[in-house]
Design a protein around this ligand. Structure first.
Ligand SMILES: Nc1ncnc2c1ncn2[C@@H]1O[C@H](COP(=O)(O)OP(=O)(O)O)[C@@H](O)[C@H]1O
Ligand SMILES: [Mg+2]
Length: 288
């Protein structure tokens, strides 16, 4: 209660002092709205989204060795990591390092996981932002939001992971005003990418690279494709997934032509159902 009174006091005094609209940027503190409504002098409150609330600050420790990658991709990521490890030494020879990477391909094949592993290996913070959450109807606001996120990642020399990157191209509307706004958003993004500091990494992921503006695509020094796993690779993945369970649960009917994520869900669902069956059998015996 004391907190609420403090806020109410703060806001009304700031309103009275400035005599203008209070622009309120915070988490969805719905309960405060009721209080604001009770302040007699407060006429208008803008509720605006804070883009930093949309950033996922993931601390999951993903190891590179846990990712199934084909040899060519593994080598590209190893080189990328080493370039950043020796960034200062390389810069002494005027050698730039790659830091803008597009990850494309089927969902559930390891794009997000790889971004986390890169951040983890380099000891960098990762900021995960799904662009479908940011691209809002007011495109002008979207540019501002994206700029704030780039600034934060650049300052922190972090890994910025923009998921569903194609949303930038997709939001193009039908009327001329939208097309103009969208072009401005793409231009803002191009500038942000061009001036993004070398010690920070930008990883963008998409399942639809074909709909991304070509001027944007050219900015990525590396473009890496994540393919659906062939049956031999999925078998290795199943072997690994199942190895933690008792031998009698390991003999599941395996499905192929699916992503790693689907194979994992499928396996876990089967194993869980088997385990539950066993548990229920045991309970029955106890009751009898
Ligand atoms: N290449 C892979 N190697 C091992 N596990 C994977 C791989 N791809 C996906 N997975 C599993 O599926 C989950 C979801 O994958 P994710 O990285 O989010 O895929 P994407 O971002 O490409 O949609 C991961 O957390 C992991 O458990
Ligand atoms: Mg993903």
């Amino acid at each position: 209660m004391v907190e609420i009174e403090k806020w109410t006091g703060l806001i009304s005094s700031s309103f009275l002092k400035n005599g203008r609209v209070v622009e309120w940027l915070d988490k969805g503190t719905q309960y405060l709205l009721q209080w604001f409504k009770s302040i007699p002098d407060l006429n208008i409150i803008f509720f605006s989204m804070n883009v930093f609330d949309l950033i996922i600050n993931d601390k999951e420790q993903v190891l590179f060795n846990d990712i199934f990658l084909d040899e060519a991709n593994r080598q590209k990521f190893e080189q990328l990591i080493k370039e950043h490890k020796y960034i200062d030494e390389l810069s002494q020879y005027g050698l730039p390092v790659n830091n803008k990477i597009l990850l494309h391909g089927n969902s559930g094949c390891g794009k997000t996981m790889t971004a986390k592993a890169i951040a983890n290996t380099l000891g960098k913070n990762i900021l995960i932002l799904n662009l479908s959450n940011v691209v809002c109807s007011r495109i002008g606001e979207t540019s501002q939001n994206i700029k704030q996120v780039f600034d934060k990642a650049g300052r922190e020399k972090a890994v910025l992971f923009l998921d569903e990157f194609d949303q930038i191209g997709k939001a193009r509307g039908n009327d001329d005003k939208d097309v103009g706004e969208m072009r401005r958003l793409v231009n803002t993004l191009i500038q942000l990418i061009d001036y993004y500091p070398e010690k920070a990494l930008l990883l963008c992921a998409t399942n639809h690279p074909e709909i991304i503006d070509t001027a944007l695509l050219r900015r990525f020094q590396l473009r890496i494709n994540f393919e659906m796993p062939i049956p031999e690779v999925l078998d290795q993945y199943y072997n690994r997934l199942l190895s933690r369970f008792p031998i009698e649960l390991q003999n599941i009917e395996r499905k192929y032509n699916i992503s790693f994520a689907e194979a994992k869900d499928y396996t876990f669902t089967l194993v869980k159902s088997e385990l539950i069956k066993e548990l229920e059998e045991k309970q029955k015996i106890v009751k009898v």
